[in-house]
Design a protein around this ligand. Structure first.
Ligand SMILES: *Cc1c(COP(=O)(O)O)cnc(C)c1O
Length: 427
């Protein structure tokens, strides 16, 4: 291994970004010997900020002491609690506060968005999605298609990588949009793709889709908290994301939703309605007809679970302290470092047993590298675990690794690469 990939260079880089102290703010899963695992699975479930406990305790205390009065008199009153998250979440995803709300869970939000942005007609009924989209997203779009009386066999268009390639090329996406043209009702892609780690040019795709009269939305489950998304400037119509991956807000925690400002005052847009989307002044009137809150809050249905919001609030405070741009800088360097370590330990990327299928261009990826280990099976993940590394395994032969700038270190990246080498030699 070259000297630039030494432990010394790892610790130098670690210091250069001045973010190392954030690691102490998280609970790191521990091995039997009390040492922390190398946790590279923040793309699946982010680690718990230590501050979550105090945030939860506060709400438990206020619930115990105040009962229903907590809606207005808790330290952080529950009535407007979701609003306490909005500005920070908007900063994380690059949107205006009016465009962002935390509500429901991801797949639920995706359906709610399709109620508004997938309104097929006999001539325009198709949805464009990636062939290797996350299973839940595929179920969601296919069931929406069937719900409207169409057949996914005809109405679901899947973008497939070229033979022998893993990632999609923009020119191919463009060609499909061109080909399908007026029949496209909705483009809905995962950004970043959960499997390959490919990050799509949302603005470019939005322009192409809008030029054909289609709505354009993205599932940013693997983008939010991973890299800057600039949702507002991208011009897309909607986005959804969960908070338990890179946003470290706890298993099954509430999800984010973005609707572009251009719909903020649109009272005609079809949507499913609930009291939490209704004008806050008259919400308890109960007899009024629906009077939507301007902006994405109009899509809220229910009063949200405060305990879950409290965990998200704790996590977003950390993102505000660190700043998405700073995190991205460290993240770019860490992922590059991981790539270099792998190239050095497994020379001849592509021909050998180990191949990175994530795009090489840093602007086309977040922190995750998806590493294909030819001939390996799930026992690879177990072997890595036994060596003290937690990764995410995807069938048939891909290890997904996400060095997270908030709590992972360059040294961990280096050690992971060495451990992977050891495990691959045993395949
Ligand atoms: C994690 C993830 C989901 C999970 O959906 P939930 O509704 O939160 O269970 C869906 N889609 C994508 C792309 C994901 O990465």
């Amino acid at each position: 291994m070259s000297t630039s990939l030494s432990l010394e260079s790892a610790s130098k880089q670690e210091e250069a970004f001045e973010l190392s102290h954030f690691r102490e703010k998280f609970h790191l899963p521990l091995k039997d010997n009390g040492e922390p695992f190398i946790y590279l699975c923040g793309n699946s479930l982010g680690l718990q900020p230590k501050s979550v406990k105090a945030h939860l305790d506060q709400e438990l205390k206020d619930w115990a002491n105040l009962g229903v009065e907590g809606h207005f008199h808790a330290k952080n009153p529950w009535m407007p609690y979701h609003e306490f998250l909005t500005d920070s979440m908007a900063r994380v995803v690059g949107a205006k506060p009016l465009e962002v709300v935390v509500m429901n869970t991801l797949s639920v939000n995706l359906h709610l968005m399709m109620v508004s942005f997938y309104r097929p007609s006999p001539s325009r009924h198709k949805i464009l999605i990636e062939y290797d989209a996350f299973p839940s997203d595929k179920f969601a779009v296919a069931s929406q298609i069937r719900f409207h009386g169409f057949d996914p066999k005809e109405s679901l268009i899947e973008l497939k990588a070229r033979e022998g390639e893993e990632c999609l090329r923009m020119e191919d996406i463009e060609a499909v949009i061109e080909r399908e043209g007026d029949s496209l009702a909705l483009i809905m892609l995962g950004n970043t793709n959960y499997y390959t780690g490919q990050f799509f040019d949302m603005k470019g795709i939005a322009q192409l889709g809008h030029a054909k009269g289609a709505f354009v939305g993205f599932d940013c489950a693997h983008g939010a908290g991973n890299l800057p998304l600039n949702l507002h400037d991208s011009g897309i119509d909607f986005a959804v994301w969960c908070s338990y991956k890179y946003l470290n807000s706890g298993p099954g925690s509430l999800a984010g939703c973005f609707v572009h400002e251009r719909y903020a005052q649109d009272r005609q847009i079809p949507r499913f309605e609930g009291w939490w989307g209704h004008n806050k002044e008259t919400r308890f009137g109960m007899r009024d007809s629906f009077d939507p809150i301007p902006g994405v809050e109009a899509w809220q249905l229910s009063n949200p679970p405060i305990l879950s919001l409290a965990a998200i609030k704790a996590s977003l405070e950390i993102f505000d302290q660190a700043g998405m741009e700073n995190l991205r800088k460290k993240s770019l360097a860490m992922t590059k470092f991981l790539e270099k370590c792998l190239e050095s330990l497994f020379p001849g990327n592509g021909q050998q047993t180990v191949k990175v299928i994530t795009p090489k261009d840093p602007s086309e990826r977040g922190c995750q590298l998806s590493i294909q280990v030819k001939g390996a099976d799930k026992s690879m993940a177990k072997a890595l675990y036994d060596e003290g590394v937690i990764v995410d395994w995807r069938e048939p032969d891909v290890v997904r690794v996400a060095p997270v700038p908030l709590y992972n270190t360059f040294e961990e990246v280096l050690n992971f690469a060495k451990i992977l080498k050891k495990c691959v030699e045993k395949v």
